[in-house]
Design a protein around this ligand. Structure first.
Ligand code: CTP
Length: 476
């Protein structure tokens, strides 16, 4: 079935070279997948272009490669029958048209050569199965046997094949469906949604790295809540982020109720997305309350309490990252620290708050102070307009107070006015416990406001502490 001509989307110089290669090799060739979808949606030019050949995709790529001056060496994946060329800013992926069948407990398909239509049929969604011909007789023609164009206009994600087969074949597609729905503001067709529900458990055969890649993409959306609600609705969430599932539900005992921390969390994530593109700050918003499930306790007459949930939550961040095989690097520490500190600014909303408490938070948060405030402000989800205004004003007040304290005491990026080296030199000792104790005492005295953040005062404090420890000066 041939439809409208889409030559206008094939303006990049690479398409001239592709056309020449089609003529040389006589291999029927098409551009498919995300490139076509995004062009039709009016999205920016996609630098990853998927090419499908009826015949050998590898042979086609090998014929094209010499025409692309300055291209990196061609990469061939013989087992998958695919090839990849990087040229200028483009990544070109080549595959021979195929039909696939999968074994029940494996992600590795048995690949058989197929027609273009069979290849389109084995793809995940009709909007991703749209193909544009690169062949001389119908260059630019849209080949759309599964009505992807109709679905694109209706903003629907539908599988070309029976959804049960599509998702069972490659369970990652369940996450892709949700990610595309969230990214493109599309709806998942009902039979697809049901099939995802039925196959949800099969997500466990997918590598955690690939799952995380999709999670990142959901979190990078304008409104990640749409994706997380779908993950929850389809039963995928317990297999991926059980910590979030555990936040679901409202309990009421003897008139004491608490809010549903799952939906609250999703609101916080959406809120923060309006203020930051920082993926890890968004992750911190997603995880900031995970410690609430294991710490929840009803303490009459106070009501529901979540004592220490920030500490527990920060520990859970580590375990969660580890389980999902996310790098346990400074990004993880960043998320952990924000979770740990997430309740601190609110505690400063009090007329009686001391400068010492303010200095402590500035010191503990360090470079993360602004992000911490962004998180805390996103955490305000009350529907009561008066309270909403008051909470924001309170934070404004804390911020101003912090700025005043910081201007005076320069606590941010605190560098002790007396270093460990200076202490060791003065007492002629090596790295040892007394050095740490003196440093800690100086830091504490500065944060508590006992002494100013200055060298002379800190020196005097060192002498005082040195005496207590029975140290003797060796400097003249
Ligand atoms: N595809 C598929 N099943 C998958 C992954 C990909 O059927 N699990 C097919 C789809 O036709 C898809 C194409 O391969 O359009 C290219 O995949 P990929 O580059 O991963 O995704 P895009 O659709 O291009 O979109 P994005 O880059 O946003 O992921």
């Amino acid at each position: 079935m041939k439809q409208e001509n889409l030559k206008k989307y094939l303006t990049h110089p690479v398409f001239e070279h592709l056309r020449t290669t089609v003529n040389q090799t006589a291999l029927p060739t098409y551009v498919v997948g995300g490139f076509v979808r995004d062009r039709l949606l009016g999205k920016p030019f996609k630098a990853d272009i998927d090419i499908v050949c009826v015949g050998s995709g590898i042979a086609f790529a090998e014929s094209l490669h010499p025409l692309l001056k300055g291209a990196k060496p061609i990469t061939v994946f013989k087992t998958y029958g695919t090839a990849m060329i990087q040229w200028q800013d483009l990544t070109l992926e080549f595959v021979g048209a195929r039909k696939e069948s999968y074994q029940k407990h494996s992600r590795n398909p048995i690949v058989q050569i197929g027609t273009l239509e069979e290849d389109q049929n084995r793809r995940d969604f009709t909007v991703n199965a749209l193909a544009i011909s690169l062949n001389e007789n119908d260059y630019g023609a849209l080949i759309d046997p599964f009505h992807g164009m109709d679905d694109l206009h209706a903003k629907i994600l539908r599988t070309p094949n029976d959804p049960n087969i599509t998702y069972s074949d490659d369970p990652l597609r369940m996450l892709r469906a949700i990610r595309f729905a969230c990214q493109l503001d599309f709806t998942i067709a009902l039979p697809s949604l049901e099939a995802i529900r039925e196959n949800a458990q099969r997500i466990t055969i997918i590598s955690r790295e690939r799952i995380v890649e999709e999670l990142h993409k959901i979190i990078a959306c304008d409104q990640p809540s749409a994706g997380f609600l779908l993950l929850e609705k389809t039963g995928l969430l317990p297999h991926i982020l059980p910590e979030l599932c555990a936040l679901k539900g409202i309990e009421e005992i003897e008139g004491h109720r608490h809010k549903d921390n799952f939906y609250h969390t999703l609101e916080v994530v959406d809120n923060i997305c309006a203020h930051t593109d920082n993926l890890w700050l968004r992750w911190a918003a997603l995880l900031h309350d995970i410690g609430k499930a294991p710490t929840k306790k009803l303490i009459p007459p106070t009501g529901w309490t979540f004592h220490g949930h920030e500490f527990v939550g920060a520990k859970m961040v580590y375990k969660l990252f580890k389980r999902l095989r996310m790098p346990l690097n400074e990004k993880m520490k960043y998320v952990q620290k924000l979770v740990l500190l997430s309740a601190r600014p609110i505690a400063l909303v009090d007329d009686q708050v001391t400068d010492a408490a303010i200095r402590r938070l500035i010191f503990d948060a360090g470079d993360l102070l602004d992000d911490l405030f962004t998180l805390c402000q996103a955490d305000i989800t009350t529907k009561n307009p008066k309270r909403f205004k008051r909470y924001h004003e309170n934070f404004q007040w804390v911020r101003q107070k912090m700025e005043a304290v910081e201007a005076r005491d320069a606590i941010r990026n605190f560098q002790p006015p007396i270093s460990g080296e200076m202490i060791m030199k003065h007492y002629n000792i090596g790295p040892s416990r007394p050095v740490g104790l003196i440093k800690e005492a100086i830091k504490e005295a500065i944060l508590e406001g006992e002494i100013p953040n200055e060298k002379e005062a800190a020196w005097n404090k060192m002498i005082e502490e040195g005496k207590k420890l029975g140290l003797k000066s060796h400097e003249k």
